[in-house]
Write a protein that binds this ligand. Structure first.
Ligand SMILES: Nc1nc2c(ncn2[C@@H]2O[C@H](COP(=O)(O)OP(=O)(O)OP(=O)(O)O)[C@@H](O)[C@H]2O)c(=O)[nH]1
Ligand SMILES: [Mg+2]
Length: 381
């Protein structure tokens, strides 16, 4: 079987169950559908529901599993995606419960989907190694006794059927060895990058990193500030690799601006671990611009998710300006720079898309660069 036999995108049934009463449950389901879409599959039906706690065996519970089976049959689909992290046993039980009706059934969880997107997007050798490492570590949690023949058929989400992945044949021990090798190679690549960074650091220019939730508009803002054309797309995780540009903002005001991978709620821990090396650009920055989609009703949760990842990678202490982006989508909001009583910048409202507020942001950055320059001159004297 190959992807060519079925050129259409694979059809997926999305299961988005609320546990308890989370805020913005509807928007969460929509984000999950966008994730599946970004992975290259198409959500043909979303099954919603609410439980007080997950069912230990199948997460969804008996009734929902029936509903899932019906949906699979109606749509001729063989992919189920849970917008949750499932245990190895839950995946296995779900596949067992559905295999009679749908012989090629594959159950993916949220981590599978995110890893799948990252695997498709990785461009640099370092990025590819990091994703491979995260996938192997995730896979090793799935290799449990009593696993059926099914795992051999699991492939990428965007592909229909497809040959089993090469990792699948590896047993846990071999995965362990693989993981060690990958970590070693990542360390070596990381050393090269660290040397390059040291070169930049010595030049004494202010290092500014754009961070934020995926699809907030970081790359669009990067292009506006740097006047370049980094890849922008209305999809989740359009950017995976860090890009850094030197930007001249005026006399004695040059900065090194970095565009970075976006964050998402419940970012798989294995992925954060694997990407730590790349995210070091973020930790080492002098200033973070935390880009927020101001028009998104979930912006508070998104900001919290970003804060969580930042503290996980040790970047919580880096000075931060909040950049409320996309104000063109919020009626009544004007571009502005909000400062506290001491003149310290708290947040800046802009639209990277229309360009309003960008001049003020560039000016604020120039000012910060000059301050930093004076600071370093003073300390050198
Ligand atoms: N209306 C509006 N759309 C924007 C604005 N900024 C970005 N966008 C759109 O939002 C989408 C995502 O923009 P990107 O710049 O790729 O977002 P990102 O934060 O880099 O996303 P990832 O790299 O996927 O994490 C694109 O379709 C942009 O055109 C804005 O200020 N207003
Ligand atoms: Mg981007």
């Amino acid at each position: 079987m190959s992807i060519r036999r079925n050129p259409e995108r694979s059809r997926a049934i999305l299961v988005s169950l609320d546990i308890g009463r989370p805020p913005h449950a509807e928007d969460r389901a929509e984000e999950a559908a966008r994730l599946v879409d970004s992975a290259g599959a198409q959500v043909v039906q979303t099954i919603r529901g609410r439980r007080d706690r997950p069912d230990a065996a199948t997460f969804a519970g008996k009734g929902k599993v029936e509903e899932i089976r019906d949906a699979l049959l109606v749509h001729g689909s063989d992919i189920v995606v849970f917008d949750r992290q499932l245990t190895a046993a839950q995946v296995r039980n779900l596949e067992r419960a559905l295999i009679d009706a749908v012989p090629a059934i594959r159950v993916f969880d949220r981590t599978d989907v995110i890893l799948d997107i990252f695997a498709q997007r990785a461009r640099t050798s370092e990025g590819k190694l990091q994703v491979e490492l995260a996938r192997l570590e995730h896979l090793s949690t799935r290799l449990v006794r009593g696993w059926t023949h099914l795992e051999r058929q699991r492939g990428s989400l965007g592909k229909t059927g497809g040959p089993g992945e090469k990792q699948i044949e590896l047993d846990r021990r071999m995965i362990g060895e693989q993981v060690k090798k990958l970590k070693d190679r990542i360390r070596k690549v990381g050393k090269v990058r660290a040397t390059q960074r040291a070169g930049r650091t010595r030049s004494g220019i202010l290092r500014v990193a754009l961070v934020g939730y995926t699809n907030a508009g970081k790359s669009t803002l990067f292009n506006r500030i740097a006047r370049t054309e980094a890849y922008v797309a209305d999809q989740l995780f359009a950017t995976l690799d860090t890009t850094t540009r030197r930007v001249y903002l005026g006399e004695e005001a040059t900065i090194a601006l970095s565009d970075t991978v976006g964050f998402i709620r419940d970012l798989p821990h294995t992925l954060v671990e694997s990407f730590k090396a790349t995210l070091e650009e973020t930790i080492q920055a002098d200033l973070l611009l935390h880009v927020v989609d101001r028009a998104n009703p979930q912006r508070d949760e998104q900001m919290q998710a970003v804060a969580d990842v930042l503290s996980e990678i040790g970047a919580a202490q880096v000075p931060q300006w909040v950049v409320y982006n996309q104000i063109d989508r919020v009626p009544g909001l004007e571009p502005e720079v909000v400062r506290d009583a001491y003149g310290k910048i708290l947040n800046i409202k802009v639209s990277a898309f229309t360009g309003v507020g960008i001049d003020a942001l560039r000016e604020a950055l120039a000012e910060a660069a000059r301050d930093a320059n004076r600071g370093s001159l003073a300390s050198a004297a």
